[in-house]
Design a protein around this ligand. Structure first.
Ligand code: ADP
Ligand code: MG
Length: 274
C-alpha cells in the first residue's frame, strides 16, 4: 500500500510568560474553526463553553453558522428581527439569550448568516478590512470568554475570524482530508499574516481501532500545532443531537465531559504561551 501523508511545516513556539487566557481582565475570543465540515467544531464549541462556564467564567457562545447547530443543541431560536445586518452593525445585545446553564449565554445564528460573506465583502470594499475586529468589544465587561462556533469557510468570514480571535481551536480527524484542511488553514494564516502560533489543533473523533487513525496520530501527534488532548469518537457526544444538551449536564459521570475539561486546561496553557 502506498501511503500519502501530507506534509506539515515544523513550527517552533517561543514561550513567553504572559498572562493570556487565564486573565479575566479582558474578554478572550476563542474561535472553533476549520475549513472542513463535520470535524466536531460545534460539539467542541458547545462542550467547551459548558466546561468554561462551569468553572465559574462568564461565557457567550456565538453561533456564527447559519445552520444553527449550536443554537439547536441549546434549544434556542433567534428572536424576531435578528439577522446578519444587526450582528454586523453591532446591534446584537438584545438578541443574546440565557441558556439553562449558569454563566452561559448564547447569541444564536440566523438563516441570513449564510450571506455573511457577501456583507463582509461589501464592508471590505468600503474600506473596512475586518468587520469582526472590535465588533464584540462592548461585551468586554459582561463576559470572560467569547466562543465562536464557525461555519466551514475559508472565505472572507474565515479571514475575519482568524484575525479577530485570540486563539483558533481547530478539530482534526486523523485522516488525510482533515490534515489537508489544516494545511489550508495554515495557508490562510500566512496569507493574512496572522501568527500561526494562535492555532491550537487537536485530534477529534479519534478511533484507535482504525489503522488509518493510528497512522495519522503517529505521524502528527508530536507536531507543535497539536494539543496532546484527543477527543475520542464517543456515542455520548454523538447522542447530543438527541439529548440537546452539553455532555455531562445530566449530572451523571461523563467521560466525554472529562475529556473536554482536559482540552480546556490545555487550551489555557497554550494561551499562556502566546
Ligand atoms: N467526538 C465525537 N464522537 C462522536 N460523534 C461526534 C464527535 N464529535 C462530533 N460528533 C458528531 O459528528 C457530527 C458532526 O459534528 P459537528 O460538531 O456538528 O461538526 P462540525 O461543526 O465541524 O460540522 C455530529 O453529528 C456530532 O454529534
Ligand atoms: Mg458546526
Amino acid at each position: 500500500m502506498i501511503v500519502f501523508i501530507p506534509h506539515l511545516t515544523k513550527l517552533t513556539f517561543k514561550i513567553h510568560a504572559k498572562d493570556f487566557l487565564s486573565s479575566t481582565i479582558f474578554m478572550k475570543i476563542l474561535a472553533i474553526y476549520s475549513g472542513k465540515g463535520g470535524v466536531g467544531k460545534t460539539a467542541t464549541a458547545v462542550n467547551l463553553s459548558a466546561v468554561i462556564a462551569q468553572s465559574g467564567q462568564r461565557v457567550l457562545l456565538c453561533d456564527m453558522d447559519s445552520q444553527g447547530a449550536a443554537s439547536y443543541y441549546f434549544r434556542i431560536v433567534p428572536k424576531k428581527k435578528y439577522n446578519s445586518s444587526k450582528l454586523l452593525a453591532g446591534k446584537f445585545d438584545k438578541y443574546i439569550q440565557q441558556t439553562e446553564f449558569a454563566n452561559l449565554d448564547l447569541l444564536p445564528a440566523h438563516f441570513s448568516f449564510r450571506n455573511l460573506d457577501l456583507a463582509l465583502g461589501r464592508i471590505r470594499e468600503e474600506g473596512r478590512s475586518n468587520a469582526l475586529l472590535g465588533l464584540f468589544a462592548p461585551l468586554q465587561t459582561a463576559y470572560d470568554y467569547l466562543v465562536l462556533d464557525c461555519p466551514p469557510t475559508l472565505t472572507i468570514l474565515g479571514e475575519n475570524i482568524i484575525e479577530a480571535a485570540d486563539l483558533v481551536i481547530t478539530p482534526v480527524i486523523p485522516t488525510s482530508l482533515s490534515i489537508l484542511a489544516l494545511q489550508r488553514l495554515l495557508k490562510l494564516f500566512k496569507k493574512k499574516r496572522v501568527q500561526q502560533k494562535k492555532i491550537g489543533a487537536f485530534f477529534s473523533m479519534v478511533e484507535q481501532r482504525k489503522t488509518m487513525h493510528r497512522l495519522f496520530l503517529d505521524e502528527y501527534g508530536d507536531h507543535p500545532l497539536f494539543l496532546t488532548t484527543r477527543i475520542p469518537f464517543m456515542a455520548e457526544i454523538e447522542k447530543m443531537g438527541l439529548c440537546r444538551n452539553p455532555v455531562g449536564s445530566d449530572g451523571k459521570t461523563s467521560l466525554a465531559a472529562v475529556q473536554y475539561n482536559e482540552l480546556w486546561q490545555e487550551i489555557l496553557q497554550r494561551g499562556e504561551q502566546l
